[in-house]
Design a protein around this ligand. Structure first.
Ligand code: GAL
Length: 679
C-alpha cells in the first residue's frame, strides 16, 4: 500500500529514537551504589529509556496486601533527573511465592492435568479469578502512583504473552462457555464442525467437552483448532483487563506489550487480535546470527519478515524493538558471539523496517539465576571497556543523527499472507508428510526473493484488506475462511496480482475439507483444479523448466489458466507446474511445486518488472545486501545493509547524502556487517 504517511512519535514525550534496555534495579536494592553506577554507564552508552518493573512483583508486594513503592519512586526519580525515560511494566508475568502458596489456582495446569509448582515465570492461569483480581490491584496501584510521573512514557503490559494454554478446571469451564458462544449454544453445530462422528467422538452434552491432550495428537482437529483459538482469546481477555485499568486511570499513556517471535515456530497467539487493543506494537527480536546451516543473509530475511509483520499489525505505524540481545543469548542451542559490526547492523535492521526504538535485553547481567549468562550491555565486571559496551555506545552516538526518521514508515506494494490460524492447523494436521511442512520457512522463502531486490513487503493475515497492493502472495494457505475466496476474486478482477501455491485451499475455517475440488474457493480465480498431491522424500527431486521441484508436487488440471511450466519427470511429466489465470483486469498464479533453488527468485524478478513494483534502489544489489526505504510525503531514507560477511560495493543510481558521515556518495564500499543510511 503506497502509504507515505508520517505517524509521528508514539508518545508526545518522545523526541528522538529511543535507545534502552530492560532494567532490573530491584535485583540490586541492597547495593545503592549500583544504581548510580548504572546511570553513569547509561549516559556513556547513549541510553535514554529503560523498561522497568517487568518481574518486580515480589519487591512491590513482598507480603500479601503490603506494598512497597519507595524503591521504585527512587529509581524513577533518579532516572528522570538524568533525562532517562521509563517504560513502566505491570508485573503480571511473574508472581511472588506467597501467592502461589496461598492460591494454588493461580498456577497453570499442563495438558496432562498436572499443576505447575512455583518456580517458573509466566506459568499462571489466565482464567483464575484470584490471579486476575491480584493483577488488577497491583496495576491500579502502579497506575495511580506513577501515571503522572514525568519519567514514565508508556505502559509495558505484562511480558511476552505466549500461548501456553492452561488446562485447569476453571479453564475447562471457560473453554466450554467460549464454545457455546461460538456455536450459538448448538451442540449439533459443534459436532458437525468438528466432524465428531469420526471414531465415536460425538458429544451428547457440553460438559463432556475437554481440552485436547496431548494437543498435537488429538484426533479431532476441529477441537484442537478451537482450543488454539480459545487460548488466544482467553489470554487476550486477560490482557484487556490489565489494559482497562491502566486506560481508566492514565488515558494519556500509550499501552504496549512485547510480542514474542513464536511466529518463527508457527506457534503462539493470534497477535492480530492483540494489536487492536494496543496503542503501539513492540516485539522481542532474538536472531540466530552465524547459525549452522543458515547464512546470515537468510537469517536477516527471517528477521525482516517478522519486523514487517509487526509494522503491518498497525497498518504501517512504527513499532518498538523492545528487546534484543546485545550479545549472545543463554538459550540458543549454540550461542555464538556476534561478529564485529553484527550487533549494530541487527539493531539498524529493526529501524530500517519501521522501529522507532532500539532496546536490549538486558541492561546488566544478574549475578545469579537462570539468565546470568545472557547477553547484557553491562557484564558482571561492569566495565565500559568491553567489545559489547563499545559497540552499543557507538550506536548510542549515531542515533541522534536519525531523529528525523521517527514516524516515517515503509510503503509496501507487496503483501505476503502469513496466517496464524493456518499455522496452527498446519501444525496439527496429519498428512501428506509428517515433517517438512515448514509454513513459516516457506513464507520466508517467498519473502527473501523480494528482500534480495530491496522490495518492501507487508506481512498480513488472510483477514486484512488486499485492495491497495499490486501483488499479494499467499503461500500454503491450507485453510480458507469464509469470505476469503470472494475477496481474492474481487481483488484480482480489479487488477490485482495474486500468487498462491500447492497445499492451499484444502479446508474451511473449521478444518472441514472442501467438497468443491481443491483449491476450494480459490479454484475459479486460479482457473485450476488440484486432483492429487505427490510428496517427495528429502533427497528426491522432480524438475520443472530447469528448476528443481522438492517435497511437494501438486498434480493439477487447468480450467482456463495458462500453463507456463510443466513437470519433467515421473508419471505426471508434462502436467502443469506453474499456471497463470487472467481474471478480470488481473492475474492469479499457482505454483504447484516447492523449490529451494533459483525458481522463486526468477519468478518474482519477472513479477516485479511486469507489475512495475518499486525497489528501494533501482540498481542490482550484491548478494547478501539489501535496501529498505522509510519515508513519508516529504522525507525518504534508504537503509543499505550488508549481511554478506564480506566487503561489498554498491553503485547508487544517483548521488545521495550519507546521514551519518554527511558525505555525498554514489559509490559505496561496505565493510562486512555494516550499514549506510542515505537520504
Ligand atoms: C525474552 C523475555 C526476557 C528474557 C529474554 C532472554 O523472551 O521477555 O525477559 O528472558 O527472553 O532472551
Amino acid at each position: 500500500m503506497r502509504r507515505r504517511q508520517n505517524f509521528g512519535p508514539f508518545s508526545e514525550k518522545v523526541h528522538g529514537l529511543l535507545h534502552g534496555a530492560d532494567y532490573n534495579p530491584d535485583q540490586w536494592l541492597d547495593r545503592p551504589e549500583i544504581l548510580e553506577q548504572d546511570i553513569d554507564l547509561m549516559k556513556q552508552a547513549g541510553m535514554n529509556v529503560m523498561s522497568v518493573g517487568i518481574f518486580s512483583w515480589a519487591k512491590l508486594e513482598p507480603v500479601e496486601g503490603h506494598f512497597e513503592f519507595d524503591w521504585l519512586d527512587q529509581v524513577l526519580d533518579r532516572l528522570h533527573d538524568t533525562g532517562i525515560q521509563v517504560i513502566l511494566a505491570t508485573p503480571s508475568a511473574a508472581r511472588p511465592v506467597w501467592m502461589s502458596r496461598s492460591y494454588p489456582e493461580v498456577l497453570r495446569m499442563d495438558e496432562d492435568r498436572v499443576r505447575h509448582l512455583h518456580g517458573g515465570r509466566q506459568n499462571h492461569c489466565f482464567t483464575s479469578p484470584v490471579y486476575r483480581a491480584k493483577v488488577r490491584e497491583i496495576d491500579r496501584r502502579l497506575a495511580e502512583r506513577y501515571g503522572t510521573h514525568p519519567a514514565v512514557i508508556a505502559w509495558h503490559v505484562s511480558n511476552e504473552f505466549e500461548g501456553f494454554g492452561c488446562h485447569c478446571p476453571l479453564c475447562q469451564e471457560a473453554f466450554r462457555n467460549w464454545l457455546k458462544k461460538r456455536y450459538h449454544n448448538d451442540l449439533d453445530a459443534l459436532n458437525h464442525a468438528w466432524w465428531t462422528s469420526f471414531w465415536s467422538h460425538t458429544y451428547q452434552d457440553w460438559s463432556e467437552i475437554e481440552s485436547p491432550s496431548p494437543i498435537g495428537e488429538h484426533e479431532v482437529h476441529g477441537l484442537t483448532l478451537d482450543w488454539h483459538r480459545f487460548v488466544s482469546d482467553q489470554t487476550l481477555d486477560f490482557m484487556l483487563e490489565e489494559c482497562r485499568i491502566l486506560r481508566d486511570i492514565t488515558p494519556e499513556l500509550p499501552l504496549t506489550t512485547n510480542f514474542h517471535d513464536f511466529v518463527s515456530l508457527d506457534r503462539g497467539l493470534n497477535y492480530w487480535d492483540f494489536a487492536k487493543a494496543l496503542d503501539v506494537i513492540s516485539w522481542d527480536n532474538y536472531p540466530y546470527w552465524h547459525a549452522e546451516g543458515r547464512t546470515v543473509a537468510e537469517e536477516a530475511a527471517r528477521r525482516a519478515f517478522i519486523h514487517d509483520m509487526n509494522r503491518s499489525f498497525k497498518q504501517g505505524k512504527p513499532f518498538l524493538l523492545m528487546e534484543s540481545s546485545p550479545s549472545a543469548t543463554n538459550w540458543q542451542e549454540v550461542a555464538k558471539l556476534r561478529r564485529p559490526g553484527m550487533q549494530n547492523l541487527s539493531s539498524i535492521q529493526a529501524v530500517a523496517h519501521g522501529a522507532d526504538t532500539v532496546q536490549y535485553f538486558q541492561w546488566r547481567k544478574s549475578l545469579g539465576s537462570s539468565e546470568k549468562f545472557h547477553g547484557a550491555v553491562v557484564d558482571h565486571y561492569a566495565s565500559p571497556d568491553t567489545r559489547v559496551f563499545r559497540e552499543v555506545a557507538a550506536l548510542g552516538r549515531e542515533l541522534p543523527a536519525m531523529t528525523d526518521i521517527i514516524g516515517t514508515s515503509v510503503a509496501a506494494e507487496v503483501a505476503i499472507i502469513y496466517d496464524w490460524e493456518n499455522a496452527w492447523i498446519l501444525g496439527d494436521t496429519q498428512g501428506p508428510r509428517k515433517e517438512g511442512i515448514d509454513y513459516f520457512d516457506t513464507c520466508v522463502r517467498h519473502y527473501k526473493a523480494l528482500w534480495d531486490r530491496g522490495v518492501a513487503v507487508d506481512v498480513i493475515d488472510a483477514d486484512q484488506d488486499l485492495s491497495g497492493y499490486k501483488l499479494v502472495i499467499a503461500p500454503m494457505l491450507y485453510m480458507i475462511r469464509d469470505g476469503f475466496g470472494a475477496k481474492v476474486e474481487e481483488y484480482v478482477r480489479n487488477g490485482g496480482h495474486f500468487v498462491t501455491t500447492y497445499w492451499s485451499g484444502i479446508t474451511d475455517g473449521t478444518d472441514l475439507c472442501f467438497e468443491t475440488g481443491r483449491p476450494g474457493p480459490l479454484r475459479k480465480v486460479l482457473g485450476i483444479w488440484s486432483e492429487e498431491i505427490d510428496v517427495l522424500y528429502d533427497s528426491d527431486a522432480n524438475h520443472v523448466g530447469g528448476y528443481e521441484a522438492r517435497i511437494f508436487c501438486d498434480l493439477i488440471h487447468t480450467e482456463g489458466a495458462d500453463t507456463l511450466l510443466t513437470y519433467d519427470e515421473d508419471f505426471y511429466a508434462g502436467g502443469p507446474a506453474l499456471t497463470c489465470n487472467r481474471f478480470g483486469k488481473g492475474e492469479a498464479w499457482y505454483i504447484a511445486f516447492r523449490s529451494y533453488d533459483g525458481f522463486l527468485s526468477d519468478f518474482y524478478g519477472d513479477r516485479i518488472r511486469a507489475y512495475g513494483i518499486e525497489r528501494a534502489l533501482e540498481t542490482d544489489l550484491p548478494e547478501g545486501v539489501t535496501a529498505t526505504i522509510r519515508e513519508d510525503e516529504v522525507r525518504r531514507f534508504c537503509f543499505l545493509q550488508n549481511y554478506s560477511g564480506t566487503k561489498q560495493t554498491v553503485e547508487l543510481p544517483y548521488p545521495m547524502q550519507d546521514l551519518l558521515s554527511k558525505d555525498r556518495v554514489q559509490r559505496l564500499v561496505m565493510a562486512p556487517y555494516s550499514y549506510n543510511i542515505l537520504s
